[in-house]
Write a protein that binds this ligand. Structure first.
Ligand SMILES: [Zn+2]
Length: 235
C-alpha cells in the first residue's frame, strides 16, 4: 500500500457541481493543480522506491470526501496541491501548527518549487482560524502529516506563465516529489539497484586447439586452488 498521497485541490463543490478553484488570466486552478499532481505522482513512482497515490484527479471528491478518504487509507503523508490568489507572488506551503514533520516537508517543498520555477520564496507557514486551530481543513482534519502547497499565484501573470505550459507543470511536480523523498529519506531507484561499474579484468592462462588439453590445464588450475577457473570456447 502506498504511504503517501498527492491530492488535487478543488474540482468538486459542496453542492456537487464543478469547482474550478481560483480563476484568473484565462486559467483555472483545478486544471493546473491536477497536471502538477499527476506529474508529481508519476515522477515519484518512476524514481523512488516508495509508491505514491493520487486523489481527486477526476474532480469527484469534495473537501470533506477527500479528508475521509485520506483518513481511511491510513497514509502517513499527504500533500494537497493548489494555486494561490489574492495579489501576491511566489510559493508558500502550509503545515499543521506545531508539527515539526509538517514544517520540514513544507520548507523543503516550497524551496524546491522556488528553485525549479525561479519564483519568490514565501516559505513554510501555518494559518490559524478564529479558534486558534489550523485554518485549512485538509491539514486540520487529517490524521496524517499533511501540507497544502500554494505553488504560485494564478492572478499574477508572471507567476502563472511559469505553470501555463506542461514543461513548467512537470518541473513543479518533479520538485515536489524530490522534496518529499528527501524528507522521507526514500532511496532513488537507480541508487537502490546500483551495480558495480567499470571494466572487468580477466586473466587468461592458455589457448588450445584441442579441448582435451584445455580441460587438462583447467584441472591443474582447480587442483591448485583456482576454483573460479573455466574453459571458454571461441569460434
Ligand atoms: Zn485553492
Amino acid at each position: 500500500m502506498s504511504k503517501i498521497c498527492f491530492i488535487v485541490g478543488h474540482g468538486k463543490s459542496k453542492s456537487g457541481g464543478y469547482d474550478p478553484g481560483a480563476c484568473a488570466n484565462g486559467a483555472q486552478e483545478y486544471k493546473i493543480a491536477k497536471e502538477i499532481a499527476e506529474y508529481a505522482q508519476t515522477y515519484y513512482n518512476a524514481n523512488f522506491t516508495e509508491q505514491a497515490d493520487i486523489m481527486n484527479d477526476d474532480a469527484s471528491l469534495y473537501l470533506t470526501d477527500r479528508i475521509k478518504k485520506i483518513n481511511a487509507a491510513g497514509y502517513d503523508f499527504a500533500a494537497e496541491i493548489h494555486l494561490n490568489a489574492g495579489g501576491g507572488t511566489g510559493t508558500e506551503c502550509y503545515y499543521h501548527k506545531g508539527s515539526e514533520d509538517g514544517k520540514r516537508y513544507a520548507a523543503e517543498i516550497s524551496s524546491a518549487i522556488c528553485e525549479a520555477l525561479g519564483v519568490a520564496q514565501r516559505g513554510a507557514k501555518t494559518r490559524l482560524n478564529a479558534s486558534g486551530r489550523d485554518y485549512f481543513a485538509i491539514i486540520r482534519e487529517t490524521a496524517c502529516t499533511a501540507v497544502l502547497i500554494e505553488t504560485v499565484f494564478i492572478d499574477s501573470p508572471a507567476d502563472l506563465a511559469k505553470l501555463a505550459a506542461p514543461e513548467g507543470q512537470a518541473a513543479c511536480g518533479a520538485a515536489i516529489a524530490q522534496a518529499i523523498a528527501k524528507v522521507r529519506g526514500v532511496k532513488h531507484k537507480s541508487l537502490a539497484a546500483q551495480k558495480p561499474t567499470g571494466p572487468l579484468y580477466r586473466v587468461q592462462v592458455g589457448a588450445f586447439r584441442n579441448r582435451t588439453n584445455a580441460e587438462a590445464l583447467l584441472a591443474q588450475l582447480r587442483n591448485s586452488g583456482f576454483a573460479d577457473a573455466f574453459v571458454k570456447a571461441e569460434e
